[in-house]
Design a protein around this ligand. Structure first.
Ligand code: NAP
Length: 521
């Protein structure tokens, strides 16, 4: 552990600055309050909380993880209307949590962070915001999420197109699709949700598929009012359902990163699903993937395949050659006139949009990750970026369980790191590069025999074929390793100042129930 003397005595405006108000940012803010820390600010670029569940408003948008699991463990919602919550309901849940746990007064809306720069002399972060109200914080928590900067296909002529275009995550609700000829590019998690919805509305839909996804039946159902009452009256019953769901989902890892033969069972179920829902043998063949199930995200839907069989829907499997003023031309030379193009083409991973994060020595994070690959320690702290915590960082995404579980583990870890700083009277905590290297070597070796490395191309892998996005093990092993922050993993720096070092967290832990307003308990 190094102890250095520092030159300035500057006190930050806030102890903690959080970026984003999705599950990650809100979860962090709620837990900080519950831990008794009130000196924090949450910076949100939009005018309301919700992150991806605020932004993705495409028709049919819903979660493909059961809501009883895809929610905070400390706030089970007995009123989920369905097994798989829809976007509006999840967004509502997040807004309710914001108010219930008293986080809203801490949020600065319409405050997009454009730059974050670590000042090594003062041991604090200097944040530049688009609204010009810059600020400083001892600790930075980035809850920006990896899936929010739209990716567009690299097709010649896109800029020439004279019709309407938009991305699934920026749905244009002002544009009435009724009676229109529409091209949809992409058949991923988003597209398979909105295609069945708009297929009913448009005159003609051309769906451009590059690679078919594996799709399983969706075990969705309405939650009856009796069940909701039961959950409201006996929270233990809901906890039991949640635990059952957790272990059922967790068990799937055995197929993803255990014995790939288990995936053959899944593939057989998916083929049966296709056979039940599609009559046309040509169409069946076109939607049946040729890669091992799980290599890309496994999707669930009951209405996607039937929508492809509609007379006004055409599944196009020829690659797109170019886009002209009013049409899309495929490799075979066929030209399809369309009024609109909707991109269901996913997101740019590791791109923080306009936010530039500069660590020690002025190194910029996305630049570093582009050059050397996305790496951090425990998916939360990154060597060279002191006092910065990233939620849903590298290698902490999931293909088999709820990301909210991972977020809560990370939030817990951040609090343990802050405690560590307090215990050592440190103003600076930085993960040791060798600790990060060792961790990443272990992650990659654990990844070798996984289904994600079985030969398909997916956003899980970077351009060198390295999986920088998923956690390769059970989520409970991740939870266990993040229960405590080990001093040996970090360089903790204290500077000599006239003023005593301000604690990040109070000494006396505040009991959780005391932080919840009485009416909301
Ligand atoms: P995605 O899964 O990455 O799918 C993108 C689609 O666009 C793929 O079918 C891809 O084909 C296709 N594509 C990309 N570039 C193309 C091109 N140049 N020409 C033709 N096709 C092209 O994106 P997404 O559907 O937006 O979902 C992204 C992630 O968001 C998901 O994996 C999931 O983690 C999350 N999500 C979650 C939910 C949920 O319910 N929890 C819902 C929606 C999204 P290839 O496969 O050939 O690359």
């Amino acid at each position: 552990m190094a102890a250095g003397a520092r030159a300035t005595d500057e006190q930050p405006d806030h102890q903690v600055a959080i970026i984003g108000t999705g599950f990650a940012g809100l979860g962090m803010a709620i837990r900080l309050r519950q831990a008794g820390c009130d000196d924090f600010v949450v910076l949100e670029k939009a005018g309301e909380v919700g992150g991806t569940w605020r932004d993705n408003t495409y028709p049919g948008c819903a979660c493909d993880v059961p809501s009883h699991m895809y929610s905070f463990s400390f706030d089970l919602n007995p009123s989920w209307s369905r097994m798989y919550g829809r976007q509006e309901e999840i967004w509502d849940y997040l807004r309710r949590c914001t108010d219930k746990y008293g986080v809203r007064p801490h949020i600065r809306f319409h405050s997009e962070v454009v730059s974050a720069r670590f000042d090594e002399d003062a041991c604090l972060w200097r944040l530049g915001t688009a609204d010009g109200r810059d600020l400083t914080a001892r600790v930075l928590v980035a809850g920006v999420g990896p899936l929010h900067v739209p990716a567009y296909p690299d097709v010649p002529g896109l800029a020439r197109f004279q019709g309407v275009t938009f991305h699934s995550s920026q749905w244009n609700h002002d544009y009435d699709l009724t009676g229109k000829r529409v091209a949809v590019i992409g058949t991923g998690a988003s597209a398979i949700q909105f295609v069945p919805q708009i297929a009913r509305q448009v005159e003609q839909l051309h769906l451009f598929q590059r690679t078919p996804p594996w799709i399983m039946p969706k075990p969705d159902r309405r939650m009856r009012s009796g069940i909701k009452h039961l959950f409201a009256r006996f929270p233990l019953a809901q906890r039991l359902l949640r635990n059952t769901l957790y272990w059922m989902l967790e068990g799937q890892l055995l197929a993803f990163n255990g014995d790939k033969r288990l995936m053959k069972m899944g593939e057989a179920m998916s083929r049966q699903h296709i056979a039940r829902q599609i009559r046309d043998p040509e169409l069946r063949k076109a939607v049946t993937p040729k890669y091992t199930m799980g290599c890309k995200r496994v999707l669930i839907s009951n209405d996607y395949y039937p929508s492809l069989a509609r007379p006004n829907v055409e599944l196009v499997t020829d690659g797109i050659r170019e886009v002209r003023e009013h049409s899309v031309v495929t490799a075979d030379g066929a030209e399809r006139e369309v009024d609109a193009i909707i991109y269901g083409t996913g997101f740019k991973i590791g791109d923080f949009n306009s936010t530039k994060i500069f660590g020690a020595g002025g190194v910029e994070l996305s630049e570093l990750w582009r050059r050397e690959g996305m790496e951090s320690y425990n998916g939360v702290v990154t060597a060279g970026f002191p006092n910065m915590f990233m939620l849903v960082g590298p290698n902490t995404g999931l293909g088999h369980n709820s990301i909210v579980f991972m977020i809560e583990s990370q939030v817990h870890y951040v609090l343990r790191c802050l405690e560590l700083m307090d215990r050592h009277g440190a103003q600076q905590l930085a993960v040791r590069p060798e600790v990060q290297r060792r961790f990443n070597r272990a992650i990659q070796s654990r990844m070798k025999n996984s289904v994600w490395q079985s030969g398909c191309k997916s956003w899980y892998l970077d351009e060198n074929g390295v999986n920088r996005t998923l956690w390769p093990g059970f989520t409970f092993t991740y939870w266990a390793r993040l229960r405590r922050a080990r001093a040996a993993d970090f360089d903790l720096v204290s500077r000599n100042t006239q003023e005593p070092v301000r604690r990040l967290l109070p000494t006396e832990p505040v009991r959780e129930w005391e932080r919840v307003p009485a009416g909301a308990r």
